[in-house]
Design a protein around this ligand. Structure first.
Ligand code: ADP
Ligand code: ASP
Ligand code: MG
Length: 404
């Protein structure tokens, strides 16, 4: 009998009614004679509430206790799913990460799964049981609970599929699959049938919340095909797979956007070797993720302007660090919240010239000013004023024929 891993996201288990529906879906796979491993996230909103509570207790809440606290939502949803399966006459039980165990490495809040002990789960599957496993959690070498980053149940599912050599790994969520852009932001977004790991990784890293970026890295490394589909409507979803499995004639596969970025500019920085390192070292030490960086060419060889983006929630911490950093000399420090990063993604741009120009011209036609640009082989990102992001998204979606 083959193994299938079914992962349910927060919205799929957000209410008692939805959990009953999830149990229905699971029972269909069981009747198809699959051995089913279920992974669940916490009921929607629960993890956010727990994060909020930790902040109310302390601005510097212990990171080990944070993991213990915020991973607790998964215990509730898994027990409810298992309880419903038992109600329906199946053999089922919840498994917390430490009971298996699922072993992780790395720092609290952001660990990575590296090993899953298979023995107990295999035994349980062989007895006809349906294990319902908490996503998002693991334990470290000190037996402390860990979490694997927000949205991490996706990675839990992929790693379970890897270790149990599952035939299929299905991510059930609140949309019908991966779309050309967030369907909740643009009505014209279209469902993508197949997408490569590389494109999905870029889309996810650049704001498409539908899959956690780390989970796509794990899937690519281990060559695990992922199916993303709706837990509410029974329709084919999206397959995430290797590039050679895909025939695609589109230049751009998708567009991602972010809305909680902030821009920092240091005006008149003394231009000498090591200056960028002096600015960024304390930020990285404080785990502040610096995203787009531009340094202007210095006109007189003495001074330059340096701009970079961060998440808005890191702004006050960044301000403090920069102001306290006495090793850097600059004339002025500027901060701007309300910026948005729009990225077009597609392997098609490797072989198609003129994509950059088309993107810039489309924005120029709408009189949208580009503040920062960054590119990789398969993506172009621009930073614009947040108030223009909806219009930019719609215009680019049309320009690259994603509306059809
Ligand atoms: P889950 O609770 O199932 O993990 P998430 O909220 O993490 O679900 O992810 C699903 C959400 O991702 C959708 O509701 C949608 O708004 C958002 N999303 C962003 N970009 C995309 C995209 N390109 N395709 C599909 N959904 C997207
Ligand atoms: N419940 C966790 C979170 O909200 C994990 C997940 O949703 O995948 O981040
Ligand atoms: Mg998610």
């Amino acid at each position: 009998m083959e193994i299938v891993v079914l992962k349910f996201g927060g919205t799929s288990v957000g209410t008692i009614e939805k959990i009953k529906k999830v149990a229905e879906i699971i029972s269909i796979y069981r009747k198809k004679k699959y051995k089913v491993i279920v992974v669940s996230s916490a009921m929607s909103g629960v993890t956010n509430e727990l994060v909020k509570k930790s902040r109310q207790i302390s601005e510097n809440f212990s990171e080990a206790e944070y993991d213990s606290l915020v991973s607790s939502g998964e215990q509730v949803s898994c027990s409810l799913i298992a309880g419903r399966l038992i109600h329906k006459g199946f053999k089922s039980r919840s498994w917390l990460a430490w009971q298996i165990p699922i072993l992780t490495k790395g720092i609290h809040k952001n660990s990575r799964i590296y090993q899953i002990n298979k023995k107990k789960i295999i035994q349980y599957l062989n007895q006809g049981g349906i294990p319902v496993i908490t996503g998002f959690q693991g334990i470290n070498e000190k037996d402390r609970l860990t979490t694997i980053g927000r949205g991490g149940s996706d990675a839990s599912a992929i790693m379970l599929a890897k270790f149990f050599n599952a035939k299929r790994c299905i991510i059930y969520t609140d949309v019908e699959g991966v779309y050309t852009t967030d369907p909740n932001k643009l009505k014209k977004a279209k469902k993508i049938k197949v997408i490569s790991y590389e494109e999905m990784l870029e889309m996810a890293s650049l704001g498409a919340k539908v899959m956690q970026p780390v989970s796509i890295q794990d899937a690519r490394l281990n060559r695990i095909d992922i199916e993303v589909k709706s837990s509410f409507i029974n329709k084919p979803g999206t397959t995430i797979t290797k590039r050679s499995n895909i025939i695609n004639n589109k230049i751009i596969t998708g567009i991602s956007s972010t809305h909680n970025d902030a821009k920092v500019t240091l005006v008149g920085v003394k231009d000498k070797p090591g200056v960028a390192a002096t600015i960024f070292k304390p930020l990285s030490k404080n785990l502040i993720n610096v995203d787009m960086v531009v340094q202007n060419i210095s006109p007189n060889g003495k001074e330059t302007d340096l701009t970079f983006t961060i998440k808005s929630e890191d702004l006050s911490k960044t301000q403090k660090i920069l102001k306290e950093n006495t090793s850097i000399n600059y004339r002025k420090l500027l901060f701007e919240k309300g910026v948005s990063k729009i990225s077009i993604i597609g392997v098609g741009m490797i072989t198609t010239p003129g994509v950059t120009y088309r993107m810039f011209q489309t924005l120029a036609n709408k009189k949208i000013n580009i503040q920062v640009i960054s590119t990789s082989e398969i993506k172009i990102s621009v930073l614009i004023n947040k108030k223009n992001s909806k219009e930019a998204l719609a215009a680019l979606h049309k320009e690259f024929k994603l509306d059809k």
